[in-house]
Every structure is written in C-alpha cells, then in structure tokens.
Ligand binder design. Structure first.
Ligand code: ZN
Length: 360
C-alpha cells in the first residue's frame, strides 16, 4: 500500500475503531451486499480455501475468491502453463506460457498483482492419497478445479473423513455441472455417482471447451463458496442440488442432492477406498498426448540434469521446471522428480523414456 492511499480521508467514518480486517474501500461494494456485510467480509478474510487444480475452472475460482477477499488460498496444481491454456485459463498470460511456469506459481504471481492482501500458498504437486493430508491440511473449504473423477473421489473421501465442505465443479464442451457437498447434511459425490461415470463422460480432448461454460460454473461455485464462508454450512441459501446446464443449447437441470444416499460407501459406511488407494503412477492428462510419471519421488538437481541431457537434445530450465526435447517427445521435469512426457499415451514408452533420461 502506498503512503498516498493511507493519507486519503476516511469519508464519513466517525469514531470507528481502526478496522484491522482489510481495506474497507476495496470491499465496500461487496460489504454493501446484505448477504455478506461487514461480518461476512471479516469471515472471508479469516477463511482458508484450498483449490485443487488450477486450470480453467481453478483459475476462475481463485480469481473470484481472491478479489472477494478470501484471506488464504492454497492452490494445488501439477501442471505448467501452455499456449493452448490461454483461451480459457484466466489467470495466465503469454509470458507464463513462454516460461512454462507451473500454474500454481503463475496463479500466485497474478493474484499478488491484484490483491496483495490474499495469502496465496502455491503447491506444484499432484494430489494423491500419499500427500492429500499434507496438501489439504488447514483448509476450511475445498474447491474442485480438477479435470478427473479419480481426484474428485479422493477429495470426496477426504472431505467426508474430516467433515469438511467441498464444491464439485466440472465443465466440458458447452456443458457444466456443480454440486455443494456438506458432509452430514447433503449427498456426497459418491451418493450421486457411486462409480466414475466413465462411459458417458467426454473430455476436453474429445469435446473441446468453451471458456464461457467454465466461467459460468466457476461463478456459481464461487458464490456458493461465499455463502459457506460468510454464512456457514447451515445457510438456508446454499443450493442443495446437482445443477447442470449447457450454455450452447440452453438446457439445464437440477437433481436433488439434499440428503445422503442410504448405504453410500463414502459418507455412509465411511469406507474411504480412494484415500486408501495406492495412487496413480501414470496418468494421461486431459487435452494432451501425454503421460505423467510421479512414482519416483526424489529431488532433481536441474543444473546437473541440464548438463547430462545436453548431448541428447534441447534442454532448458528455470527454478520450477526443466524441459527436454528429444524428438518426438518433450519431457517436463519438476524438482521433486515428477515428469510429464508429451508425445505418447503409452505408459510403457513414457516409463522407458524416464528411465533412460532421468534415471530409474
Ligand atoms: Zn455419500
């Protein structure tokens, strides 16, 4: 904050105690809204929200909540920015793509530029059973910015186990869907979808994606998040349905999700099979011809690796990622040993490239 801003007269504020929670002027229009008010705004400042996945939906959620004054955002994402993201991933720009910045890091930088009061805790990591407790610890609300059901079931198990609210959001093509999950009150994801709806679900790779579908679902989910943070999970204003809409055909639907399904594996029997899972050593990423390897958790010295790979292709690195091009493959390495291998969907090929160039 500049000295100039502090000198500005505090219009019409008589004998009001110094408001420690943030910047009255910044949030004045939001505080005027009766659903938030000064008390709600203070609760937002004290809140800690985790956003899992910072692609299109995660970017929009993080941008809206940071501007609304949520105090702490933990942004978890395993990926780096690419030119094809810029059509819809609103926190990133061309410089981020040119640098191949990890999305979590790029998001933290961008948010700091428009709201330095929000504490952003970027985690460049893939949420898996082995790290979920550490990555989500301390959050009061979990938001879904992921692109796969496997991670969503993991979040659902974690949320049920710790009795934390979370909001499911997804968008593909022109279609978007969202649901609030409040353990002990509403249905959970496994109540509605006991198994991953594999056959019927298209991906961004096959169906493409409209940025407006993403922004609409993120706006709805961010508003539900504000209701939870400002008014608590008992708020009568919380939506208790699975809401879906298609921004192209204008079809929309709501299915009641007000009650848990009897006998639900997750929230009823508390059988947290996804939390107990063995993780996913290889994953094919959405929208790309690539495989992720994260089974070998070991620190990588980028300078040394850069030297080692020089004779085999083109190498480039910054503090966050190392990229290695060896036609027709592109290997992106993260400091913890995780890799994204582009140019194949064959996990055996990816594994052998990893072993050959990074080490086994
Ligand atoms: Zn359930």
């Amino acid at each position: 904050m500049t000295g100039k801003a502090q000198e500005r007269p505090r219009h019409g504020v008589k004998d009001e105690p110094q408001q420690s929670p943030p910047d009255n002027e910044r949030y004045s229009r939001q505080v005027l809204f009766p659903g938030i008010g000064p008390e709600g705004q203070r609760k937002l400042a004290a809140a800690h929200v985790a956003i899992v996945g910072c692609g299109a939906t995660g970017s929009a959620l993080a941008g809206l909540l940071a501007r609304a004054g949520v105090g702490t955002l933990r942004i978890i994402d395993r990926d780096y920015v690419e030119p094809s993201n810029l059509q819809r991933q609103s926190l990133f720009d061309e410089a981020d793509a040119a640098e191949s910045l990890p999305k979590a890091v790029a998001a933290a930088r961008k948010i700091a530029a428009f709201n330095s009061q929000t504490v952003v805790d970027p985690r460049v990591d893939d949420l898996v059973p082995g790290n979920i407790e550490a990555l989500l610890e301390g959050a009061n609300l979990l938001l879904d910015g992921t692109d796969n059901f496997e991670t969503r079931y993991l979040i659902n198990d974690y949320a049920a186990k710790h009795s934390l609210p979370w909001i499911y959001s997804a968008a593909v093509g022109s279609y978007a869907v969202t649901m609030n999950v409040v353990p002990g009150q509403t249905a959970c994801l496994a109540c509605i979808f006991p198994d991953s709806p594999r056959g019927m679900v298209e991906t961004c790779e096959t169906a493409g994606i409209l940025n407006s579908a993403v922004n609409l679902v993120a706006s709805i989910a961010a508003t539900e998040a504000l209701k939870i943070l400002a008014g608590g999970v008992a708020s009568p204003r919380l939506r208790r349905t699975l809401l879906s809409f298609d921004v192209w055909t204008n079809e929309h639907a709501q299915i009641s999700a007000a009650k848990p399904r009897e006998g639900c594996r997750a929230c009823g029997q508390r059988d947290f099979v996804h939390l107990a899972g063995e993780g996913r050593p290889h994953i094919t990423l959405c929208g790309r011809n690539s495989v992720q390897i994260h089974e070998r958790h070991r620190p990588i010295d980028f300078s040394e690796m850069d030297r080692r790979l020089q004779p085999h292709g083109t190498v480039r690195h910054n503090d966050f990622v190392l990229k290695f091009w060896h036609d027709p493959y592109e290997i992106t390495l993260f400091p913890d040993g995780r890799a994204i291998i582009k140019g194949t969907t064959d996990t055996a090929v990816a594994r052998s490239l990893y072993a050959r160039y990074v080490g086994s």
